[in-house]
Design a protein around this ligand. Structure first.
Ligand code: ATP
Length: 454
């Protein structure tokens, strides 16, 4: 059987894209109209995986802590926000266009060969597609622009947020006052962000519309280094806890010349994707850049008043920022296996951490042509669905082996079979996805059994 690293070379990405489409995780957006380039929709199973990722992030970073508070700010904000944050001026990528085929390329990616073979003529780079001449480099702002209200004039221009973070900065004082929390104080937000990426690519890795999970952790400036290190470790361990293999994860500290305009330091948590190492999450020390600028542009006091020292100052901010879709892609890739099933056939299995599995348990009647067994299975299925906060599935089509295969492929950790013995002693078999071992437990234990596992 192939190992996971063989699979990496053996079209793992294509296999995941195909599985996602086939089984209802992810499908191309607007497919009935021929699609919209690099835009994706999440089907019933994809929605569950995304929700599980977000719930676990929220649980770890908000619910289980007493220093972090939640927020849900608007996507469209006063355009002054983007002036103050520097996005209007600096949120851009260097872009070149081919004078012959008119394809556009990110210049830094083109030089690194990300569009294929690098073609040079003398000192100049040529189009990697048609070898045509390229235009001079131009800065291209990544923010989507639209108009607020009926008139399409300059005064009504607004932007779709390219990060959720600014919604947090402009609410810093509001949350500080309503929570009555002293530093350190964290504010967390999950929501959509939009970037007019020049080269969206690699399935759901780089898209134009995505969800971010961002935490702005406001600290005393004298403690910024301590908290920066703390969040690097905390966030790295979050991915490990959810099952990513350690050898596929690394921390990469940014060089001074690649730091964003607001950052003093930044570390990326990178994952070894089949197309190379790629950023999953950025942990940045944003200093007091954002609060200072918002105070300057809004003329509102955004400083923190320390009751003990009786001094006011701008807190520093440590920001762990991660994308939901990118994380989902990493979890799917990392958990994909092809191995031998109970009956010697090949099985595809997503060995997802059960916390992330879209379906936690599937219920099967051993045979579907015996009404009494079928009825019992449906009874158990509907009762569990009502009583547990998890997605539970029911399947009666095909042999038990085929039903296991179907659940293995979507990462369902446990399958419950109702058989003749169930009718006699109210017990069922539970089959484990990874070990393929079965155990017998009583029906009334199922609920607690499952809750203890997750
Ligand atoms: P990249 O260098 O890959 O463009 P970035 O450094 O611009 O990413 P950040 O601004 O640090 O990304 O955003 C934080 C996180 O949001 C990223 O680590 C990533 O998980 C997610 N993210 C950013 N841009 C995209 C995108 N276009 N598609 C999907 N996720 C994204």
């Amino acid at each position: 059987m192939p190992t996971n690293s063989d699979l990496k070379e053996n079209n793992l990405m294509e296999k995941i894209v195909s599985l996602c489409k086939r089984r209802g995780f992810v499908v191309q957006n607007s497919e009935i109209y021929g699609g919209l380039a690099n835009s994706w929709d999440f089907g019933p199973l994809g929605v569950e995986v995304k929700r599980n990722i977000k719930n676990y992030w929220w649980k770890k970073n908000v619910i289980q802590r007493d220093d972090v508070f939640g927020l849900d700010s608007a996507i469209i904000m006063n355009p002054k926000v983007w002036e103050a944050s520097g996005h209007l001026k600096s949120f851009s990528d260097p872009l070149v266009e081919c004078k012959s085929c008119h394809n556009r390329f990110r210049f830094d990616d083109l030089k690194e060969g990300k569009y294929g073979k690098v073609v040079e003529k003398g000192e100049k780079y040529l189009c990697p597609y048609c070898q045509g001449e390229l235009t001079e480099e131009k800065k291209f702002n990544l923010m989507f622009k639209t108009f607020l209200g009926p008139t399409e004039d300059k005064a009504s221009i607004v932007y779709l947020r390219p990060e959720t973070a600014q919604g947090i900065f402009i609410n810093f004082k509001y949350i500080l006052n309503t929570s009555r929390q002293k530093l350190p104080l964290g504010i967390a937000q999950i929501g959509k962000s939009f970037r007019n990426e020049i080269t969206p690519s690699n399935f759901i890795f780089r898209v134009r519309e995505f969800e971010q999970m961002e935490l702005e952790y406001f600290v005393n400036p004298q403690e910024d280094e301590k908290w920066y290190q703390y969040w690097r470790e905390e966030r790295f361990n979050w991915f490990l806890k959810l099952g990513l293999k350690k050898e596929n994860l690394r921390l990469r500290e940014h060089q001074k010349d690649e730091l964003a305009h607001y950052a003093k330091a930044c570390t990326d948590i990178e994952y070894k994707f089949p197309f190379g190492w790629g950023e999953l999450e950025g942990i940045a020390n944003r200093t007091d850049y954002d609060l200072k600028n918002h105070q300057k542009y809004s003329q509102k006091d955004l400083q923190y008043f320390d009751e003990e020292t009786k001094q006011s100052f701008f807190p520093y901010v440590i920001e762990p920022s991660v994308g939901v879709e990118r994380s989902m892609l990493a979890f799917l890739l990392d958990s994909y296996c092809e191995e031998e099933a109970e009956n010697g056939e090949k099985r595809i299995v997503l060995k997802l951490n059960p916390l992330l599995s879209p379906i936690k348990m599937a219920i099967f009647p051993l045979v579907r042509n015996q009404e009494i067994i079928r009825k019992k299975a449906q009874e158990i299925y509907f009762a569990l669905k009502q009583e547990l906060p998890y997605s539970i599935d029911y399947d009666e089509v095909g042999s038990i082996g085929r039903r296991y295969r179907r659940q293995d492929e979507i990462g369902t950790p446990w399958c419950v079979t109702i058989d003749h013995q169930t009718l006699e002693d109210d017990t069922v078999t539970i089959r484990d996805r990874d070990t393929m071992k079965q155990e017998r437990i009583s029906i009334k234990e199922i609920k607690q059994w499952l809750q203890e596992k997750i």
